[in-house]
Design a protein around this ligand. Structure first.
Ligand SMILES: [Fe+2]
Length: 318
């Protein structure tokens, strides 16, 4: 049976992708951002998920004002990087998991969430930047470490889904994954945000107090977040801060009580606040980790290494 073992929240600022692609990660401005993900990459190397579900939004790459699905699930075998105006990012084609994606589509739609099924979809920085931040830089001729089920959410054109709807969709995805017969360890990403506004009189808006409160509640009290109306996101976190509702899909797919493994927050990257969090399910994660321990006299080594790595991770608060 498949299990969601952890959720990852990450900003998907396009300038981070450009900095990575143009080898600027050691420049002081960008090192501040990339160094905050070094421990996350180590955690990901230790965790080795079988599949990642990545909740993100398309930025007029696959969709446009002509067609705006609220929730679009990628069921294809592969998802090429999109041309975002300067050509596609030099990242590998994202390999899908059509069997799991189709299973999620069936389960979630029968639970009355009307997903759009996409059998052809290109993916932009909204997906590939968080993947780079967690998996590291990967040559475009190589492969991402695991297949991905993309879930695109409309947060670009009014009306986006409510935070409550997103959280409940996460709940339905959790149920879907747990009814998938294969023994898969799944992580789910929520991407976007945190506070930012890219145009208008308030361009450059960042609200660190709001962002940190959001991260606190995401970890300990997500029920507080699902009641937040769109207008509060717009006023407090800027027009594009509405992307944060996508993190609630990730949180809804986790257990009620989770362990906060890691947190990172820094401002700014381009004109956006960068937030990142890793939340792990408790017993299930431990049981699954134990199942993967090697046999023989060193059989607890892998689990202990993972526990030690988790213990060493520091909570970084900007
Ligand atoms: Fe975005």
């Amino acid at each position: 049976m498949a299990k969601i073992i952890a959720g990852i929240g990450s900003s998907h600022v396009p300038a981070i992708g450009a900095a990575l692609d143009n080898n600027k990660t050691e420049e002081p401005y960008w090192k501040r951002v990339f160094s905050g993900f070094e421990k996350s990459q180590e955690w990901m190397r230790q965790t080795k998920p079988d599949v990642a579900i990545v909740v993100y939004n398309d930025h007029a790459s696959t969709f446009s004002v002509e067609m705006i699905p609220t929730f679009a699930l990628g069921c294809a075998a592969e998802f090429p990087p999109a041309d975002e105006g300067w050509g596609p990012r030099p990242v590998p084609v994202v390999e899908g998991h059509p069997a799991l994606a189709s299973h999620i589509a069936q389960s979630v739609i029968l639970d009355e969430f009307d997903l759009t099924i996409c059998n052809k979809m290109e993916v932009d920085h909204g997906m590939t930047v968080p993947m780079n931040l967690l998996f590291g830089k990967i040559d475009k001729t190589s492969h991402w470490p695991c297949p991905v089920v993309p879930l695109a959410v409309n947060v670009v054109m009014y009306p986006p889904p409510t935070g409550h709807r997103c959280y409940m969709l996460g709940r339905a995805i959790k149920k879907a994954v747990e009814s998938y017969p294969d023994d898969l360890r799944v992580v789910i990403f929520g991407t976007g945000g945190l506070s930012h506004q890219i145009s208008g009189p308030r361009a450059g808006l960042i609200n660190s107090k709001w962002d940190k409160n959001f991260l606190d509640n995401l970890s300990k009290n997500p029920q507080k977040l699902i009641k937040i109306p769109h207008v509060d996101y717009m006023r407090e976190a800027g027009a594009e801060g509405i992307e944060m509702v996508m993190w609630l899909i990730m949180r809804g797919a986790l257990d009620d009580k989770v362990d906060e493994v890691y947190r990172f927050y820094t401002v700014p990257a381009s004109n956006t606040a960068v937030g990142h969090i890793i939340l792990a399910n408790r017993e299930r994660g431990a049981k699954i980790a134990a199942r993967h321990k090697p046999a023989g006299k060193h059989k607890s080594t892998a689990r202990h290494k993972r526990a030690a790595a988790r213990a060493k991770v520091e909570r970084v608060r900007g």
